[in-house]
Write a protein that binds this ligand. Structure first.
Ligand code: HEC
Length: 141
């Protein structure tokens, strides 16, 4: 991982820890929202995507895709479009995901979400990612 990636990873990790502490203590949604991510002005497609995300994905992937105790942040460098391109989102919703990057367990399929809704969710996540410096990096393995 390059230096920028490491720093970003650290920011997300620190944010997760701070967020985790706030869950247990005197948690306030505003404190989390302003923790250290930027929420951009979304395009109309992304606004629609946020609605579906908040319905089908938020319980695990968290407010602003910052993760929860049940699922990873999608606002994370490993989900940049070079490593997890758009089809990986469609597959995740359709077939679920076997645990491989984290220790949250498997993600079950989300059959209630339509393909069109997943496309809008992808738009939403990509715009959030871009606003926080998570952009395409070629995948090396
Ligand atoms: C019940 C919890 C849960 C819900 C609901 C959920 N996810 Fe996940 N998701 C996970 C977990 C856990 C992982 C991490 C698996 C791993 O890599 O270890 C994951 C991973 C992913 C990945 C990475 C896929 C890959 O190839 O590594 C994507 C993309 C994703 N989720 C999208 C979504 C979308 C979009 C929704 C809503 C339609 C959603 N998830 C709903 C738990 C959830």
């Amino acid at each position: 991982m390059n230096k920028q990636g490491r720093i970003l990873g650290l920011v997300v990790a620190v944010t997760a820890i701070v967020g985790g502490t706030m869950w247990r203590g005197d948690w306030s949604p505003d404190a989390v929202k302003t923790a250290s991510i930027s929420v951009p002005e979304f395009s109309p497609r992304a606004v629609a995507g946020k609605r579906s995300f908040d319905k089908y994905c938020v319980e695990c992937h968290g407010e602003n895709a910052m993760g929860t105790e049940q699922g990873p942040p999608l606002l994370h460098d490993i989900y940049n479009p070079g490593h997890h391109a758009d089809p990986s989102f469609r597959l995740a919703a359709k077939r679920g995901v076997r645990q491989h990057h984290w220790r949250f367990g498997n993600m079950a399929p989300v059959p209630q979400v339509s393909e069109r809704q997943v496309d809008l969710i992808i738009r939403y996540v990509r715009e959030l990612q871009e606003a926080n410096g998570i952009t395409y990096k070629p995948h090396r393995m």
